[in-house]
Write a protein that binds this ligand. Structure first.
Ligand code: SF4
Ligand code: SF4
Ligand code: SF4
Length: 140
């Protein structure tokens, strides 16, 4: 599977590109897994905040995440996790400005957000099957 670490977009199958987002799981397994308390939860947004100074790049948060969403910075020294742009998600803004209208803001409800944290492989399989039907099996 090809992937661009810098922008966290995955393109395992031709024409099936998608961003890979943190779901802000209500039980935050990534935060619990960090051995040096480099991860915390923002009061205002519920986003996971990385303290790059504390992070020892052990990768335990990646393994704890149901979607393997935390990404190592290209310099290999600290982890990257969506911080919801402090409540003003820029990815949603550009998606709306470009009139793709794929991304939107949703308020937190009484549901399990962890269910939205899925691996790139799972997301690719579902999207490819929706887009290409049985032909997708040739690429998967
Ligand atoms: S990679 Fe960094 S943030 Fe993740 S568990 Fe290890 S020390 Fe904590
Ligand atoms: S989706 Fe992954 S990175 Fe985001 S809160 Fe859940 S465990 Fe942490
Ligand atoms: S909210 Fe901000 S940090 Fe999170 S994915 Fe969108 S642009 Fe990136």
């Amino acid at each position: 599977m090809a992937r661009s670490i810098e922008n966290k977009s995955f393109h395992a199958v031709p024409g099936v590109d998608f961003p890979h987002f943190c779901a802000q799981c209500e039980d935050y397994p990534c935060v619990k897994a960090c051995p040096v308390e480099a991860l915390s939860i923002a009061n205002k947004t519920g986003a996971v905040i990385v303290d790059a100074e504390k992070c020892i790049a052990c990768g335990k948060c990646i393994n704890a995440c149901p979607g393997r969403i935390p990404h190592m910075h290209p310099n290999g020294k600290f982890i990257l996790i969506c911080d919801l742009c402090a409540g003003e998600p820029q990815c949603v803004k550009v998606c709306r400005e470009g009139e793709w209208n794929v991304l939107k803001r949703v308020s937190r409800g009484n549901r399990s957000y962890g269910l939205y944290a899925r691996t790139p492989e799972e997301i690719t399989r579902d999207l490819a099957l929706k887009m290409y039907g049985e032909k997708a099996e040739e690429f998967l």
